[in-house]
Design a protein around this ligand. Structure first.
Ligand SMILES: NC(=O)c1ccc[n+]([C@@H]2O[C@H](COP(=O)([O-])OP(=O)(O)OC[C@H]3O[C@@H](n4cnc5c(N)ncnc54)[C@H](OP(=O)(O)O)[C@@H]3O)[C@@H](O)[C@H]2O)c1
Length: 275
């Protein structure tokens, strides 16, 4: 189905013959990034663990738009996953023009009570694989003087995140890396943009261990994934260093500038407690 965001993006820009790699494409924000890129004429490589969901999305995309959509099912939280994916695509002769590092996982709860193995796996997905893919695909983009990299950060990138401590720290890394790269890449024809969603209606919170229960704060500010993807693509096409999705999220980060971090941490803790 062509939703409003896809239609708007289609009018704005054409990416015919380009190839985008979207990680975490099976559902949520990644699926919307994929649909909207396809609406602009972009071929796709869709990656996540769920082959059936990826294939179903690829089938709908190919039936709706004149683009190619390949599927690669793999666990990007495994050590060396980024390199493995890069080599698979290189061997298949697929040249990536647009890299959307969207796959990410949250972990809700007190840090001390969480499994260290799970924390390590989350950090491999949110940090290591994102870094590896960026580093591996960048040289050929620079050679061709064309490329667009989207890193999916979070509102959590901007503040301490009690009850999402390790997750928030991983997203602070994503923001810092992406904004730094945006500066380093000026004039090369390649851009890097960090897209920072606030609370978005996906299965993220379920996967993070909130069991589909939203806090009061989350219920008040929630956005739709199609809108997040649309705002993100718009910012990336303009080569912006980063973008926060939605007015309330922007307002929060503006207020944070004048807020001591200890106060921000207290507020975040209150906002994340399930009642
Ligand atoms: N939703 C929010 O409120 C929110 C807020 C701020 C930032 N974000 C960020 O937005 C991004 C997308 O999240 P979402 O909200 O769309 O969540 P989602 O609906 O849970 O989607 C997560 C995607 O990542 C994939 N994924 C998870 N673990 C993976 C692994 N080990 N290997 C490969 N793929 C994996 C999932 O597919 P499989 O299960 O098939 O592997 C799925 O496609 C994440 O980086 C998240 O941190 C979300």
């Amino acid at each position: 189905m062509l939703n409003k965001s896809s239609a708007n993006m289609e009018l704005k820009v054409k990416l015919t013959n380009k190839y985008a790699l979207v990680t975490g494409a099976s559902i949520g924000i990644g699926a919307d990034f994929s649909r909207q890129l396809a609406a602009m004429g972009c071929n796709l490589v869709l990656v996540s663990r769920s082959e059936d969901k990826l294939q179903a999305l690829a089938d709908v995309i190919k039936a709706t738009y004149p683009v190619n959509a390949r599927v690669i099912a793999m666990d990007l939280g495994e050590p060396g996953a980024g390199e493995l994916l890069f080599h698979k695509l290189t061997e298949a002769g697929v040249r990536i023009d647009i890299l959307v590092n969207n796959a990410g996982l949250g972990m809700y709860g007190e840090f001390s009570g969480q499994s260290l193995e799970q924390i390590r796996k989350m950090l491999r997905l949110n940090i290591d694989t994102l870094t590896d893919l960026t580093h591996l695909f960048l040289p050929s983009m620079l050679e061709r003087r064309y490329g667009m990299i989207i890193q999916v950060g979070s509102l959590a990138s901007f503040m301490p995140g009690p009850l999402y401590a390790a997750y928030s720290a991983s997203k602070a890394y994503v923001l810092s890396l992406g904004e730094s790269l945006n500066r380093e890449l000026k004039g090369t024809g390649v851009t890097c943009t960090v897209v920072c969603p606030g609370v978005t209606a996906t299965s993220f919170f379920d996967a993070a261990g909130q069991n589909n229960r939203y806090t009061l704060y989350q219920r008040l500010v929630i956005m739709q994934p199609a809108d997040v993807a649309s705002i993100g693509l718009d910012a990336a096409l303009k080569g912006k260093p980063s973008v926060l999705t939605g007015f309330i999220n922007k307002l929060q980060v503006f207020v944070l500038r004048f807020t001591p971090r200890v106060v921000a941490s207290f507020m975040a803790y209150q906002g994340m407690k399930l009642r």
